[in-house]
Design a protein around this ligand. Structure first.
Ligand code: CA
Length: 235
């Protein structure tokens, strides 16, 4: 079962294939989203500047600019959540784009149910707010309102997803969190690929200055999940 999420959103579809555009506009409109669409990267950048949407669905195969280039330019002007749509099932490229600021991705051809689920997840994350809350685990300090994290007083440059992952684990220090739980609670997916989680964990590890082989905060429990815990004194 897929939840469509409660919020109706303004969605900017960036897609040069008129058939795909028409289908997306129709299906998303049926689901109560307000949809605009453009067919080039330059038009997308102008739209985001002039009338920021809640979320962008970005086709990577556009006629005027390479997808990675578009994403970089988008990120230069806006924090709007971006879901990339790619015809290439190309793991390194997808990881590169997630790290460059994409929030999620879809491999073409994708179903409208799949897109709806991703939209709902991205929107839930971007509107999430609550009372002032801070988490501290050892030298790790996470400000949930400001969405800022620091390690030993040094700010961490985290992507949205890395922050969510870190915050989820830090709220449960010492507990082994199963991959399935992370997928459900951080990725908001009922099923998925362990590799997605592992890739994000490895980026997060790198930013925390540790490795899987020599962990300090992030401990992988083989076959089970991952645990965030206050490290012992440095040897
Ligand atoms: Ca295309």
């Amino acid at each position: 079962m897929v939840a469509y999420g409660s919020a109706m959103a303004s969605v900017l579809v960036v897609e040069d294939d008129p058939n795909v555009r028409t289908a997306l506009i129709r299906e998303l409109s049926v689901r109560s989203h307000v949809v605009r669409s453009v067919g080039t990267a330059m038009d997308a950048l102008r739209e985001v500047t002039q009338s920021p949407p809640d979320v962008v669905v970005l086709d990577l195969g556009l006629p005027d600019l390479d997808g990675a280039e578009v994403l970089k330019m988008l990120r230069g002007i806006s924090d709007v959540p971006v879901i990339i749509a790619t015809a290439r099932d190309d793991e390194p490229e997808i990881v590169r784009l997630l790290n460059a600021g994409a929030d999620d991705y879809l491999i073409k051809p994708f179903s409208i149910e799949h897109l709806s689920a991703r939209l709902a997840a991205v929107l839930r994350r971007s509107v999430r707010s609550g009372p002032t809350a801070e988490l501290r685990v050892g030298g790790l300090h996470i400000d949930l309102d400001r969405r800022e994290a620091a390690l030993d007083g040094e700010p961490l440059e985290l992507t949205r997803r890395e922050f969510d992952l870190l915050a989820y684990l830090a709220a449960r220090p010492g507990r082994v969190v199963a991959r399935r739980e992370l997928l459900a609670e951080v990725w908001r997916q009922a099923y998925g690929d362990d590799q997605t989680i592992d890739v994000h964990l490895s980026w997060l590890r790198r930013k925390l200055g540790e490795t899987a082989a020599a962990p300090r905060y992030l401990h992988t429990v083989r076959g089970v999940g991952v645990r965030l815990a206050e490290p012992g004194p440095r040897p």
